[in-house]
Structures are given as structure tokens and as C-alpha cells.
Design a protein around this ligand. Sequence first.
Ligand code: HEC
Length: 465
Amino acid sequence: MQLTRTTTWGWILALLGACGSTDAGDQANEASDGADESGDDGGTVGDSGTSEGAEPTDPMGDPAVVYWRDIKPIVDARCVACHSADGVAPFPLTTYEEVALYAGAIGPAIASGQMPPWPASSDCNDYLFDPSLDNGQIETITTWIELGVPAGNPADEGAALPLLGDELPRVDLEIAMDEEHVAAPPTGEVDEHRCFLLDWPEAADTHVTGYEVVPGNRKVVHHLVARIVGPDGVADFEAQDEADGAYGWACGAGTGMSGGSGPLLGVWVPGQGASTFPAGTGLPVETGSKVLLNMHYNTVMGDTAPDRTGVKFMLEETVEQVGQSQFITDPMWPIGDNMLIAAGDPDSVHTFDFMLPAIDVTIYATGLHMHTLAEYASLVVEHGDGSTECAVDIPRWDFGWQLGYRLAEPIRVSAGDRVVLTCGYDNTEGNQAVIDGVQQTPRDVTWGEDTYDEMCLGYVYITRD
Ligand code: HEC
């Protein structure tokens, strides 16, 4: 279906601004280069799991890749934010013994790109604060595992790599959940998605120019999505909040409300740090608004300590360019069977291709949203001159990691360019959800808020020129 629609640009939603340097990535590359060069000097594989015993050595008598010098800096910078005693990941990677113990699982997890979690393909575009390991780092860790995980000497500890993310130059407002919440997933599951409304106390209209999430309990906060609810929407969400008597409401990966939500403010994952919006831009927030936090809690470690997450904001009364947080989708999809994913269909593809109305916009950040049958998705700009620019491409969709991606270089979209959103789903037997221990049988699926319905949304943070 080829459609030209302009209405979606009015359905505000989505994203993440941010500027900042990409130094972290560059320096990480440099740091791993040294290790790569000496990669293959080793001989046989030693006993895994310890540094003792016969280790392969280079001609100088030292293993080519060792934990303290080569591996620890990478793991500290890219894994420990989640893989620590008080982090959300199922096991810590903070000591030699821990990293060596899990080496067998780490190899495949990094080679496949499953870890660190960052589903966007780097063949599509470059993003700020991309935590992915580069090829050199993957090779360094793989070689280390092949060599039998030699420890090396703590005295030769490699220099720390810079952490990812921004810092807020100042904090103008800090808000938090009103009450504590103890994560309580549905029976038989380890994940809970719950939404909370946070008060926005500003007495005048303003703009958000940066934010930083302060997780209350790092053991359970897997990631979160923050939205702004404008004054008109507040009453509906308050009613939803009161419905089950407990603080917040069960909301799946969306808002639990069919009537939409409000502009996406940002997405946060552990280790991300602060996000500052592109220079001169900010997301407008009216007085009387609220902030909606969609929390993804993970209780795989059985943690029952309560969470009370907060957010710090940097605000500006006026900005040079007002940012707009928008979602892109075919407005026909939510109606009837317009986005039918037939039972048994191994590759049900839905595409929304539309031409931008007579305005020029700049896209700074983007993301995609789908549910559990989803397999892949992308958002691509086709310019009038025939060239294309890929904003985001997720070749292997992971429902657990709904992330936002800040483009290293903004994409300019001019009047007459086309924007193409593509989502692919697998509705065969093997790809069905397991509910209460029972794998479901395929059924026809259409658009809906429920986790077991589907969606296909693109998100962008833009300015109009
Ligand atoms: C943003 C948080 C986060 C970061 C950063 C992260 N992990 Fe994970 N990791 C998790 C979570 C949560 C799980 C549990 C599975 C899931 O939710 O995807 C996991 C699971 C794993 C697993 C088990 C995979 C499996 O087979 O199920 C391995 C191995 C792993 N991580 C290694 C790493 C390594 C190595 C790094 C750094 C290069 C890293 N992780 C960075 C959060 C993280």
C-alpha cells in the first residue's frame, strides 16, 4: 500500500536528543588495537577458568592477551553498569574470577552482538554513545577465551576507557515516583512492565534540554521509557492509575491506554548516563503536564527491594529551535484488520511509505517499537535525488530492549523526500509467547496495546527548519 499522509506528523511522540562527542568510541578502538596485534602468538588452549597452569605465551613468555591489561578495561566500560552485584544483569562481571567463570557464555553473546544490548545495526548509521564492542574488542576477548582466560598481572592493569554518555551541566528540577514499588511480575514471569505518573511542578511553560534517570533499585530496573503527558491527557491517566488501587498500573510495553500518550521524552538503559538534547533545541512542556515512566522491571535475581526511580532535568525557558518528538506509523493500521499478521505466516511484512509535506525537517534521534512476534524493522529516508539514508535498522528485534538511538550526524529531510517504515513479523508456531509455561498456538494478530497484539511505530526527535 503506497500512501501519502501528512497526519502522522501531528501525532506527537518520540525521542531523545543529544549532542556530545564520540571520543569514547574512538579511544576504545585505540585501546583494543594494541591487543589485537599480538593476537595469535599463543599456542594451545589452557585450562579454562583459571590463570594457573600452562599458559600459551608469546616469545617474551607472556600470554598475548591477559585479563588485567586487556580485558578488564573493556568489561568495566561496557558490561559492569549492568553486570555488577547491584546491577540488573543476572550475574556480575566485576572480578577476574567472575569474568573467567562466564567466559563460555560471553564468547557467543558478544560475537552475536546480543551483548551489550544495542539492537541497531551499525551498517545502517552511526550513533552517539553506542556501547557496542568494535571488531577489535570482540577479537581481543575471543582470543583471550581461546588462550584459556589468562589473568596476567594486576600491576599491569590497563587504563580505564571513558564511560559513555553525557553529563548534565546543571540540574534545574528533580522529580521521583511518589511511592516505592516492589516489582511483582505476573505468575510464571520474571518481567514486569508498570507505568507511573510523576508530578511536574513547574509553574510556567518550559523546555527540557537534558535529563538523567536516577534508578531507585538498580537490581530490578532493566530499562525505562519516559513520556510527557500534556495537561489534557492527565485526567485519563490518573483514572487509569487509580483503577487497581495500587500505585501505578500494568501497562505492557506501551502505556496500557488505547488513546495514546504524549511526546516521548527519552529511553534509558543502565550505564547510559545523562542525555542532553541537540544544542539550541528542547522539548516543550506545558505547565500542568505530568511525566509518565514506563518501567521494565526484571526480577530474575529474585530481588524484592522496592524501587523509587527519579529523573533530573535541565530546563530552558526559551530555545532557539523547539524540538518535536513524533511518531511515525500508518494511521490506518490500528483500524480493523489493516495490519493483519496471519496465523502461521513466517514473514508478514508491513510497510508505510509516505512523502513529507512541504516542510524541511532535521532528524536527530530515532527508535522503533514493536511487540513479541516482531523479527525486524527499519526506518529509511529516500531523498528526491534517489539517494537513501538509513535512520535505524534492527535486523533481529528484541522485545526486551526497546532503545532510542541518537544519530551521530542528523539526517536532513526535505519536502518531497519519502520516509519508509518497515516491520516484519514471524507468526509461526516456534515464535509464540510462553504464558504460564505454555507455548501459545498461532492466531491472527492485529494492532493493539496488549503485549500479545502487535504494533509498528517509528520514533523521531526533529526540528522544523
Ligand atoms: C544495559 C545492561 C547490560 C549491559 C551493558 C550488558 N549486559 Fe549482559 N545482560 C544483561 C541482562 C539484563 C541480561 C539477561 C538477559 C537479557 O535481559 O537480555 C544479560 C545477559 C548476559 C549474558 C547471558 C546471555 C545468555 O546466554 O542468556 C552474557 C554472557 C552477558 N550478558 C555478557 C555481557 C557482556 C560481556 C557485556 C559487556 C560487553 C554485557 N553483558 C553488557 C544486561 C546487560
